[in-house]
Ligand binder design. Structure first.
Ligand code: ZN
Length: 202
């Protein structure tokens, strides 16, 4: 059953702003068992507290290196942390949702660079988004955060397609949404090595 499967899942979120706050809120409400909220190489769990579902509590900070998760999310996260989490997701062969907002636009994609045909978060240089200042674009960021939470649930429950192999763009003033295809970069320093050195079992 979907709800029980979600309860067994862990999502790791890096980001500091309305986008990540809204994402975390909706992922928790949907019943994902463990939400780790991270920054600077450590994470703390924010456990789901819903109705009759059992909860787990662990407020200790743990290093990223010592923590397992089923899905990562870097939402308006600093580039350095995007890189760190991307490398860990590649090593562990788990998907990563990347999203960034800047003045007037939004971009998001699902990274699965551990697969030979899918890009990772470092395949192309990107501006990883300005951190949100209080009050700016909060309505848009909260709408997008809840939508990304929905995409996260789909990925956790293996419901496809999600937003893999493309970047979804939104331009705010014209309320326009479109996507552009995204292929793996064969020269990517992060995922090209990861997949050619593919000795891990599926
Ligand atoms: Zn890559």
């Amino acid at each position: 059953m979907g709800q029980e499967r979600l309860l067994a899942k862990t999502v790791m979120v890096v980001g500091d702003g309305v986008l990540s706050d809204t994402f975390i809120e909706y992922v928790k409400r949907a019943g994902v068992g463990n939400v780790l909220v991270s920054g600077g190489g450590v994470c703390k769990s924010r456990t789901t507290e819903t109705g009759n579902w059992k909860t787990r509590r662990n407020n200790e900070a743990r290093s990223w290196e010592n923590t397992e998760w089923d899905l990562g999310a870097v939402l308006d996260a600093p580039s350095r942390e995007v890189q760190q989490v991307n490398r860990l997701c590649l090593q562990r062969r788990v998907p990563l949702i990347w999203a960034a907002t800047d003045s007037g636009s939004f971009r998001a994609t699902l990274c699965e660079g551990y697969r030979g045909d899918r890009p990772c978060a470092e395949c192309y240089p990107r501006n990883d988004g300005a951190s949100q200042t209080a009050g700016s674009f909060t309505l848009r960021a909260s709408i997008l955060g809840s939508w990304l939470a929905f995409e996260a649930l789909k990925v956790l429950l293996d419901i496809r397609p999600s937003i893999e192999c493309k970047i979804v763009h939104m331009e705010e003033r014209r309320i326009e949404v479109w996507d552009t295809p995204l292929e793996k970069n064969a020269l990517c320093v992060a995922c090209a090595a990861e997949t050619t050195n593919c000795s891990r079992p599926e």
